[in-house]
Design a protein around this ligand. Structure first.
Ligand code: BGC
Length: 614
């Protein structure tokens, strides 16, 4: 189901280095006890992260992303300020998600209409591009409505009538950013249950799908991961209702009832449950292994709306589920196929009829309308869209699709990359800027002029591009890390010393696939990072969307009643096509139909887990 085209890669070397990412959770020992009104105590915490690059000796540019979390009383209207330590640091106006201005070294941002109110526990993300000369240090302190953000709630003003409203950041130059870091800013500890928070994963526990968990636990060694949260896939209409597929699978209500039970057993932490929305007409248009039940030519778009999305939305909107954080993963492999695969008839039909875009918009409209439902749209993976010639047009299509929904950009909480794919999260032994004997790794056969070598750098850059197209900077990314661990005995332990760029990359890369375009049941793969909230700048979470052990497609044709086809990319003897550089597929033998349990793959994923299983 993960179709990867061969790149139409631009041949120019674009200078875009991600040289620094810093995330600072500000905390300090400063006493701040100020109030803006008789009844409101202002308190805040801030993260400030930068992607920075050098344009020449001692100067360059940067992108700064800030998240302001209100840890005090409700705020209605705000002015946020900080002072750059260095007079060579400049905000390039206009910035985003606030009205930015700079006078000397002092920078001020005031709210826009849509992010004016910050409930207790709520966050808002704002940002700007800038330039620096000399150096680009992190500002030592930040203030909200004149009160320094130190991550803790100030005493209530009525209890402290002597609170000094004159406390201001400039009066507190000794703020020490490195002392006592504040709790994770988006943990939203006091957000009322059921309210729509910025990052649904922050401070939450993940739903354990009993269906998957039982299969994992029945495998030798499987109990080590059987309690990991994995997604529920609604991959056909019958999956919504229990038993209706002629088996005893749990339907959506069964899962949400079970989630409510797990939530109650779980103390005060909220529970996140992930549901994959995956049934567009002409699904998986460029591959065969995950073809679905609906066709555009057979009234598929209407059936998708009325028989699939409507019943799902009706169940999710049931008030008994209102305290769950329901994360919907919206239609993997759909919109990206409209960028790269229009030479395939089923994809061009999906484009010319508007069925994919309208289907996704319909899903976003219905799902976003439910306040405790979060929407993450699929954004391919670096080995698919990582060339600028694909990434820019994809971001434009995503922006256009979102603008066509009722709530516009707000209908999308974030995007997900690497769903059901195998791309390494980070390549530890080289980056896109590595040169081998003067030759860029971009010129190696493996990287093939891509702008990224791994998923984390791709997801972060994609997010910046999406924000530059108009999405709000509250946008959070997810990365599916269920099968991209690449541990085990074949994992390199250090960078190669070869001076040949191809040998260097092949010996250094942890992603051991034959070609980055291979996607089916990859031999040698291992479980990746366990699900985790706020793992890196711009990321809401690492997640396990593809349940490990479920096949990507059968290695030979197997009759089935799910509409699944046989894709040669799942056949280990197939010698490939132009999309994988005419290489072998690297698929494991004896695989069942996609979604069915593939015990020997699960065993290999356990063996090659990275981080290793303890
Ligand atoms: C299949 C789905 C399955 C999902 C999760 C997809 O490749 O097409 O039927 O539910 O994987 O395993």
């Amino acid at each position: 189901m993960r179709f990867t085209p061969r790149s139409g890669a631009a041949r120019s070397l674009v200078r875009r280095g991600l040289v620094a990412v810093s995330v600072l959770a500000l905390g300090s020992t400063m006493a701040v006890a100020a109030a803006t009104s008789a009844s409101a105590a202002v308190a805040c915490s801030v993260t400030y992260s930068t992607n920075e690059w050098t344009s020449g000796p001692g100067n360059g540019g940067f992108t700064a992303n800030l998240t302001i979390t209100n840890v005090g009383d409700a705020v209605d209207g705000w002015t946020f300020a900080f002072t750059f330590p260095n007079s060579g640091q400049k905000v390039t106006l206009p910035g985003w998600s606030a009205n930015w201005s700079q006078s000397g070294t002092k920078v001020t941002a005031t709210n826009l209409d849509w992010n004016k109110s910050l409930a207790p526990g709520a966050s808002t993300s704002i940002g700007f591009n800038g330039t620096w000369s000399g150096s680009n240090p992190t500002p030592p302190s930040f203030s909200l409505n004149g009160v320094t953000c130190n991550g803790t709630s100030s005493p209530s003003p009525s209890a402290s009538p002597s609170a000094s409203p004159s406390a201001s950041p400039s009066a507190s130059p000794s703020a020490s950013p490195s002392s006592s870091p504040s709790p994770s800013p988006s943990a939203s500890p006091s957000a009322p249950p059921g309210s729509h928070v910025d990052n649904p994963y922050a401070g939450a526990t993940g739903y354990v799908n009993p269906d998957w968990s039982a299969k994992a636990a029945s495998e030798p060694g499987g109990s080590k991961v059987a309690n990991v949260s994995t997604a529920v896939w609604l991959d056909r209409i019958a999956a919504i209702t229990s038993g209706s597929a002629g088996d005893n699978h749990m339907g959506l209500r069964d899962h949400l009832d079970e989630a409510v039970r797990q939530d109650a057993a779980n103390g005060s932490a909220p529970l996140t449950v992930e549901v994959v929305i995956y049934n567009l007409p002409n699904r998986d248009c460029s591959a065969l292994a995950s073809n679905g039940e609906l066709l555009i030519a057979e009234n598929g778009l209407n059936r998708y709306k009325t028989e699939y999305i409507d019943p799902i939305a009706a169940i999710m909107a049931d008030p008994k589920y209102k305290n769950l954080r329901i994360v919907s993963i919206v239609e993997i492999d759909s919109l990206p196929n409209l960028i790269t695969n229009l030479n395939v008839a089923k994809c061009s039909e999906a484009k010319s009829t508007g069925a994919y875009v309208q289907g996704v918009q319909y899903a976003l409209n219905k799902l976003h309308a439910i306040s405790n439902v979060y929407t993450y749209v699929d954004a391919g993976h670096h080995g698919w869209l990582g060339w600028d010639t694909n990434l820019g047009p994809s971001a434009d299509l995503f922006a256009e699709t979102a603008r066509g929904t009722t709530a516009g950009y707000a209908s999308v909480d974030g995007f997900i990359t690497n769903t059901a794919n195998y791309s390494a999260l980070t390549e530890p032994y080289y980056t896109i800027d590595t040169k081998v004997n003067g030759t860029s790794v971009r010129q190696s056969r493996w990287v093939d002029w891509n702008q990224y070598v791994d998923e984390l750098s791709y997801a972060q850059a994609f997010r910046n591009t999406l924000i530059s197209k108009g999405f709000p900077s509250t946008l959070g990314m997810l990365i599916d890390t269920s099968r991209n661990g690449w541990g085990g005995t074949a994992r390199p332990a250090r960078a190669s010393t070869s001076t040949d760029v191809n040998t260097f990359v092949d010996e250094s890369r942890i992603d051991r696939r034959i070609h980055a375009g291979n996607w089916c049941n990859q031999s040698g793969a291992g479980l990746g990072e366990r699900p985790k909230a706020n793992p890196a700048a711009g990321l809401d979470a690492y997640v396990w969307i593809k349940p490990p052990g479920e096949s990507d497609g059968s290695s030979s044709a197997i009759p089935n009643d799910e509409g699944k086809g046989f894709d040669q990319m799942c056949d280990p003897t197939y010698r490939g096509n132009e999309r994988n550089g005419n290489n072998l597929t690297g698929a494991l033998a004896n695989a069942p139909v996609s979604g069915h349990w593939f015990s020997s793959q699960f065993q290999e994923l356990l063996r090659n887990a990275y981080p290793p299983l303890s």
